[in-house]
Ligand binder design. Structure first.
Ligand code: ZN
Length: 702
């Protein structure tokens, strides 16, 4: 059973029965892909292909499992665990394409299919994990795993599957299994609706249309051009349009002198899903939180957080709270200091108002200019998308020897998407990388890394992965390439780190290859952000897009000096969201509650200041209500301990490309990351457990 995202989970036997034969021959999912590297033939995939492939995929996997449980042999690793691991080929194939595109390039038809297939996949998964005969066979292998002459990876795969079944309710009595099934189906549909509502609230329901050019005062020329271009695309020639996509909204908040308009756009942003309209997410959040608590208790856990974190490095929610509060305590005073600094500017100008959340970016930008003589628009020309991309490729080459060659012959799902062939230093294949950079109406906000095919070794032969990186970056304009801000630069390096993890993964079993605990996942990604900002690296890739001139030493020093800029805010808004997530998922009761009131109380408890809004408020907290991060938004800062400590090893060695360290990091923390527990793998690389010091120092908290 491959590790695919079934949480977004939808049937239609009917579709299949009518013209089965014909569809089977034309449907690209039903045959081997005949494209180079067997990448998905996006140019030949039509929305009508999905449902028949899902239906047939589930049918095939059911038949495989039937054969597996009815085999007339005693349960063994090969006839049970391995057969199960390899089941569901077609279902995986179609799921990977469908769910990835439903995130990155959706439309009404795709959304309708998602609604249809979600409950079916949820049921399909429950049918597997609640199948008594199957569980009995897996348990039989598990019980004798130490006496059966299995190697360490076979034992690990067996243990992982056994635990999956346990956690999915295989040990429950029949009546409770029925309740669990209902909960799972409801949760999958609620999560899907949450995402659809959020997409509408972000991309459809609000636009800031500016007609009077004086309302653009303060904005850099590039930002104005971008807004004019967006207006043109919307048929509003001669006006300017700003949206709630971050590359559009953030520069507006940073630079526009019109305070009322800043408030208008930011308010629209933080009220998403909370407007009492058809896309309101309040009731969905409430239902999901209650159902999750009920599910956890059914499975014998105190709370949903206990259920989730039991599988993580942190083990129990108490450890997460302790860790978050330990960081919260020094961060909050730092944020308050930042407010005071910004107020000095407001007071000096003789303005008479209290700083509000929608003022933060504007005045923070002024502080950056005054204190560090640095402003975002001075940096952007050095961060053209192409240069940044080449910079991250260069870092990967220096560390791991791998090369990236652009391919123009691979099918893509959108014309802007780039594809690269990744090879080892000696020319051996590593995999394929897709890069999808810009916002569009059918794409969710944020940035993520996913794959269209996972790496696996089958009968001694490695099947190379197809990895994809999806972002929402500042777009190019008619006369300027895409010029990124610092946040976008580090985001690209971050997602690239996930991509390297996917590309390097080695292993024989889908269940274990590259499979790491949630609070380890962000180590491979976040460590790459360290290289993005290292002076030695900046010197190479940060080149002026017009002149090709390297970033002046003086500017590099300013970036270094300003590394603590706004860290109070950044840390507090993140921790606030993490604590909110934990508060929701440590709820023990399943009685009705008001989402807004709960959020307010949760934030009051930790003393969040009015000037800061949690990085995600409940009604647009997609990580926890539409993604895999419930009771797990904390993982970014948990893994930051690891990445800061790991990068320190490179710094201490005196060579940020130290070949021995790079080889060890690749082997233990990336390629073999799923071979053992996260901390065990980390210690193989570092020789000791990580210390929190490096993180505290990096954030100016120590
Ligand atoms: Zn990440």
């Amino acid at each position: 059973m491959r590790n695919i995202t079934l949480i977004f989970t939808g049937l239609a036997m009917l579709l299949l029965t009518t013209c089965k034969k014909e569809k089977m021959t034309q449907n690209p999912f039903f045959g081997e892909y005949t494209t180079p590297f067997s990448v998905p033939p996006f140019d030949k995939i039509d929305t009508t292909h999905y449902m028949p492939a899902f239906t047939e995929g589930m049918k095939q996997q059911n038949a495989e499992i039937e054969a597996l449980i009815n085999i007339n042999e005693d349960p063994s690793f090969a006839n049970t665990i391995l057969s199960f691991d390899r089941s569901g080929n077609l279902l995986t194939k179609v799921s990977k394409v469908f769910f990835n595109l439903n995130e990155a390039n959706t439309n009404d038809q795709m959304q309708a299919i998602a609604r249809q297939v979600n409950p079916l996949l949820s049921k399909h998964r429950d049918d597997i994990y609640l199948n008594e005969k199957l569980f009995a066979r897996i348990k039989a292998v598990y019980d004798k795993r130490h006496e059966a002459g299995l190697d360490s990876q076979q034992i690990r795969a067996t243990e992982k599957y056994y635990r999956d079944f346990e956690r999915m309710g295989a040990n429950l009595p029949e009546d409770k299994k029925e309740i669990l099934r209902k909960i799972n189906t409801q949760l999958s549909m609620l999560s899907l609706t949450f995402g659809e509502n959020l997409l509408a609230e972000t991309n459809k329901n609000f636009k800031l249309i500016i007609e009077d050019s004086s309302d653009l005062n303060g904005l850099p020329a590039g930002v104005i051009d971008g807004a004019a271009e967006t207006a043109r695309e919307e048929g509003l020639e001669g006006k300017w349009v700003f949206t709630l996509a971050k590359p559009s909204m953030i520069p507006f908040l940073q630079y526009d002198n019109n305070r009322d308009l800043r408030e208008k756009i930011y308010r629209a942003y933080y009220m998403r899903g909370n407007n009492g309209n058809a896309n309101d997410n309040n009731a969905i959040v409430e239902k999901m939180v209650k159902l999750r608590a009920q599910k956890a208790q059914l499975l014998g856990y105190k709370s949903f957080a206990d259920y989730i974190i039991d599988d993580n490095m942190a083990k129990i929610p108490g450890n997460v709270y302790d860790f978050l509060i330990k960081l919260w305590n020094p961060s909050l005073p730092m944020a308050k200091k930042e407010v005071a600094e910004m107020h000095k500017i407001i007071d000096r100008k003789g303005e008479n108002f209290k700083l509000q959340s929608w003022d933060w970016w504007y005045y923070a930008e002024k502080v950056r200019k005054e204190k560090y003589d640095l402003d975002d628009s001075a940096l952007r020309p050095y961060f053209s998308l192409g240069n940044v991309r080449d910079g991250m490729f260069m870092v990967a080459q220096k560390l791991y020897g791998i090369t990236f060659t652009i391919r123009n012959d691979l099918p893509v799902y959108e014309k802007d998407v780039e594809t690269y062939e990744v090879k080892e230093a000696d020319g051996k294949p590593v995999g394929i990388l897709y890069l999808d950079y810009y916002p569009r109406a059918g794409k969710k906000t944020g940035a993520w890394c996913t794959d269209f095919r996972s790496a696996i070794t089958e009968e001694g032969k490695r099947i190379d992965p197809v990895v994809s990186l999806v972002c929402n970056f500042t777009k190019p304009t008619a006369d300027m390439p895409a010029l990124l801000n610092w946040d976008e630069v580090t985001t690209l390096f971050h997602e690239f780190g996930h991509a390297l993890h996917g590309l390097f993964t080695r292993g024989k079993y889908y269940r274990t290859a590259g499979s790491v605990p949630n609070d380890y996942v962000e180590l491979p990604s976040q460590i790459m952000e360290n290289w993005a900002g290292d002076p030695e690296v900046l010197k190479v890739y940060a080149k002026h897009y017009k002149t090709g001139e390297a970033m002046p030493e003086e500017l590099i020093q300013k970036i270094q000096k300003s590394s603590l800029f706004n860290q109070g805010f950044e840390t507090v808004e993140y921790l606030a969201a993490s604590l909110l997530d934990m508060d929701y998922h440590t709820r023990l009761d399943t009685i009705d509650f008001n989402v807004g009131a709960f959020e307010t109380k949760s934030m009051k408890n930790v003393g969040l200041i009015d000037e800061i809004i949690p990085r995600y408020r409940s009604t647009y907290f997609a990580h926890i209500f539409n993604g895999g991060y419930a009771a797990g938004y904390y993982v970014y800062i948990w893994a930051a301990v690891l990445d800061a400590d790991a990068f320190r090893a490179f710094k201490e060695s005196g060579d940020i490309y130290d070949p021995d360290l790079a080889a060890r990091f690749r082997k233990y923390c990336l390629a073999e990351s799923g071979d053992d527990e996260g901390m065990v793998q980390y210690k193989k690389f570092r020789g000791k457990e990580p210390s929190v010091d490096a993180l505290l120092m990096r954030r100016g908290l120590k």
